[in-house]
Design a binder for this molecule. Structure first.
Ligand code: ZN
Ligand code: ZN
Length: 339
């Protein structure tokens, strides 16, 4: 049978249904796995995504024509049954399941297997061919339980606060920012967010996600409240004059790459918290096994090494060279800047 998904210069394409998944150029019909900028791009005529992703996509892409689906809800296009399933990556993130004449393919987008308490937890979907990312596809990457990392962040903030110092935490504005907000004890003190973080928080609130109250600098009832506050900002704000108002402060980065801190120094942050919205080595292997798929196509990350490992495990694996970027220490989104 013909492939259900092929790689074209516009992105991953399903010829039977005539639609693209996370295309990197404008197309007629695009299914979007989640709202990160390397997956949700401008220029397509019709978008389809999980309904929680709609306000996120509209914040990012403007007034687009978009249809929302629930997890597990199916639609049929030219004989292809299409459904979305939780990917556990960020709010609204979905794996795309395509079924045509008994053949099932799943495109996972980005995913993590650890439940984060804010995005719907990852669910393995049985399929013949599974398209997986491999951002952290080396045995070296092993995540601690989330509560351990959240406790580290909590203690860091409380310690700084008792020293009269503000805590600047650099974290992705979609995903980590909400995850941290949902899992910290926010009664400790005020939380201030950068404009880019605020925009994503608001989109998630519009999707019906409960987040604790946060302030923008301009909304603080009293400027002195910023002393000892937790400030969540994208890493693009590092070195920015916007931060000066919070002096004295300490900085930290929340990223899976902090596991490699020795090898990869990042901008003189005082602290690194190992927190990722992607699966670690064990999570990737577990997720792939749970699909029962015999054929695995590996996209962004350590794709060559990881596909070789899968072949050694007896799977039919190969690399699919997409333009997705995976987690980056320097978040690739600077649409909203603050001064
Ligand atoms: Zn992502
Ligand atoms: Zn990605």
């Amino acid at each position: 049978m013909a492939e259900l998904v092929t790689l074209t210069d516009h992105g991953l394409y399903c010829p039977q249904a005539d639609l693209y998944i996370d295309p990197w150029k404008g197309v007629k019909r695009a299914i979007i796995t989640h709202g990160h900028s390397d997956h949700a791009r401008y220029g397509s005529t019709y978008y389809l995504c999980h309904h929680h992703s709609i306000p996120i996509l509209k914040t990012r892409l403007g007034d687009i024509a978009v249809q929302g689906l629930d997890y597990g809800e199916t639609i049929i296009s030219n004989g292809v049954t299409i459904s979305l399933h939780p990917a556990g990556h960020v709010v609204g993130s979905a794996q795309v399941r395509l079924e045509y004449k008994g053949e099932v393919w799943v495109i996972s987008g980005d995913y993590k297997t650890q439940a984060d308490g804010i995005s719907q937890a990852f669910e393995p979907v049985t399929c013949h061919t599974f398209i997986t990312e491999s951002t952290f596809g080396l045995p070296f990457f092993h995540w601690q339980p989330q509560w351990v990392v959240m406790r580290q962040i909590q203690q860091w903030w409380e310690r700084n606060r008792s020293d009269g110092i503000s805590s600047i935490l650099f974290a992705y504005s979609l995903g980590k920012a909400q995850r941290i907000l949902a899992n910290l004890d926010t009664s400790v003190g005020p939380i201030i967010v950068h404009g880019a973080t605020h925009a994503m928080n608001e989109a998630c609130r519009q999707a019906g996600i409960n987040l604790p109250p946060t302030y923008r600098v301009s909304e603080l009832p009293d400027a002195s409240l910023s002393k000892g506050a937790l400030v969540i900002a994208p890493s693009s704000a590092a070195g920015n004059s916007w931060l000066r108002r919070f002096e004295p402060y300490r900085t930290a980065v929340a990223s899976g790459w902090m596991a490699m801190r020795g090898a990869r120094r990042w901008q003189a942050a005082d602290r690194g918290f190992i927190l990722s919205d992607h699966a670690d080595w064990h999570g990737l292997n577990q997720a792939i096994q749970a699909t029962g798929a015999k054929r695995i196509l590996v996209t962004h990350g350590y794709a060559d090494l990881f596909s070789r490992w899968l072949i050694e495990q007896g799977l039919n694996a190969s690399v699919l060279k997409t333009q997705f970027t995976g987690e980056q220490v320097n978040e690739p989104e600077t649409e909203i800047t603050e001064t």
